[in-house]
Write a protein that binds this ligand. Structure first.
Ligand code: ADP
Ligand code: MG
Length: 483
């Protein structure tokens, strides 16, 4: 079902393209040796290059180039063997050079495509226009002094990848799914932490509306939206705003807007008329970047399995359901955990335990998977006890609850509490005899044709065994004895 924005004059279509800024994981900055770690004291990570001291020269960081190529390959994109760094000139207090080094006419990565996974289980292909490398700017601090603004240059010169999409997105959920998929791919590759709160993944959302099938409308760009939820909210607000203007006979002026999450609205930051003239030109301090075909192919060969391929393998080879495969591969940590817990155990049983029990319980506790008190090997031990019939699935849930609380191992808990299943037929027969003796009236009813009572007897026997009797054996022996 196509998404539509309701208006007075009928329905409108939504058109969106996203520009994602992703901070590259790398020990040092794009053109200097300064460190990049988050949370350092202001101006601790600033070299003379980052502070733009006269005469300093940029030196390209090869690790960042490698990261950009890996990301390009992960986006199924063309890698351009020649790309050019240019100066993008503008004045800003947190930009000491007076220009940002970026790529403009010749980016390192060209056209690509990714598949996004929508909430209804369908998927859609979204075109990637380009990916280019650029420097991040510093930060102005307005809250340190009543009259003064301070500048922190720790972020100045940190490498960013700007990933631009085609205007292929046509619903708020598609924009959300797109950001999630990009973030997942970057995290799988280890090229960006993808942490929107810390600002190392930021999205600019371009939004326009049009009559279904009509020509593209004028777009507005909503800058630096910093959560998936805000992206959805900002788009819904912006689409309604544009429809109201157009239906009132107005025109949309191309402008940059900000999303105010507290008020739930977007507001104008600057119009296209006031837009910067960046006067791009190739940076004379840097040669064009040329890569060999072999360099790119070596990186391609070492690429790890990405979410779509992993998902297909979980379905086709491991036999997981579409849903389970989707949940487990959406985030790399989950897939890693699942694979470590599964080892050579039953994949379907392991998937059920990871998704329904572990993720459910951690979610309730508000704990992330990497902080799980139950490690993959410990969950594996519990699954072994179910598979070899030492405990029933029901008892296993109690054991698991205790593992989460105490951090103890499954075997230890089972031994300590005597939770082993009763699989000795003689013992089960004894319990059955007791239950039948205590319920002679019901036995008579059952024998005179009230079949439904069978479930009652199963329940009583399991209860009398403290939940430990093997349910298959109970069923089998009860049938014989009640006959
Ligand atoms: P700029 O550099 O001025 O931001 P680009 O051509 O790079 O312009 O486009 C930026 C983004 O805007 C891209 O993601 C693109 O898909 C998107 N876009 C372009 N035209 C439209 C439109 N009419 N409606 C919505 N998004 C659009
Ligand atoms: Mg833009």
């Amino acid at each position: 079902m196509a998404y539509r924005v309701k208006g007075q004059t009928g329905d409108w279509e939504l058109v969106m393209g996203l520009e994602i800024h992703a901070q590259v994981i790398s020990d040092s900055k794009l053109f200097s040796g300064a460190a990049t770690g988050f949370g350092a004291a202001p101006n601790d990570h600033v070299s003379l290059v980052d502070a733009a001291m006269p005469g300093m020269l940029p030196v390209l960081n090869e690790a960042v180039v490698r990261q950009a190529v890996r990301t390009g390959l992960g986006l199924n994109a063309e890698i351009n063997l020649t790309s050019v760094f240019e100066r993008k000139n503008y004045f800003y207090p947190d930009l000491p050079q007076g220009y940002q080094i970026s790529q403009f006419a010749h980016p390192i990565v060209g056209k690509g495509k990714i598949k996004i996974d929508l909430p209804d289980g369908s998927s859609k292909e979204i075109g990637i226009t380009r990916l280019h490398l650029e420097q991040d700017a510093g930060k102005s601090l307005h809250d340190q002094h009543p009259q003064k603004t301070f500048v922190d240059l720790n972020r100045s010169g940190v490498a960013l990848m700007e990933i631009v999409s085609e205007p292929d997105l046509s619903a708020p959920e598609e924009a959300a799914a797109y950001v999630k998929k990009i973030r997942s791919i970057l995290r799988y590759l280890g090229t960006c932490d993808g942490n929107m709160e810390e600002g190392n993944l930021r999205a600019d959302v371009n939004v326009s509306v049009r009559k279904p099938g009509g020509p593209l409308g004028t777009r507005c760009e909503i800058k630096n939206v910093n959560s998936v939820r805000f992206i959805t909210q900002a788009i819904e607000y912006e689409a309604a705003r544009q429809v109201e203007i157009l239906e009132g006979g107005g025109v949309i002026s191309q402008e940059t807007r900000l999303y105010d999450a507290a008020k739930g609205e977007t507001r104008s930051l600057r119009s296209k008329e006031e837009a910067h003239d960046y006067r791009y030109f190739p940076d004379p301090d840097l040669l064009p970047l040329t890569l060999s075909h072999e360099y790119v192919e070596n990186i391609r060969r070492d690429l790890i399995e990405l979410p779509d391929a992993k998902r297909a393998r979980y379905q086709d080879v491991l036999g997981l359901s579409v849903y389970d495969a989707g949940v487990l591969t959406a985030e790399k940590e989950r897939a890693d955990y699942f694979e470590a817990a599964c080892h050579d155990r039953d994949p379907v049983l392991t998937a059920t335990w990871v998704i329904n029990e572990l993720l459910g319980a951690l979610n309730k506790k508000g704990v992330e998977l990497d902080q799980s008190p139950v490690a993959p090997a410990a969950l594996g031990e519990l699954i072994d006890l179910i598979s070899d019939q030492t405990i029933s699935g029901k008892i296993a849930k109690d054991v698991f609850a205790e593992m989460l609380e105490s951090g103890k191992g499954a075997k230890a808990i089972v031994a300590e509490k005597g939770l082993q299943q009763i699989t000795d037929p003689a013992l089960i027969e004894k319990i059955i005899a007791e239950v039948m003796a205590a319920n002679a009236d019901k036995v008579a009813e059952y024998r005179s044709g009230k079949d439904k009572l069978f479930g009652f007897f199963v329940g009583q026997v399991l209860k009398a065994s403290g939940g430990k009797a093997n349910p298959d054996l109970v069923n089998q022996i009860l049938k014989e004895r009640l006959a």
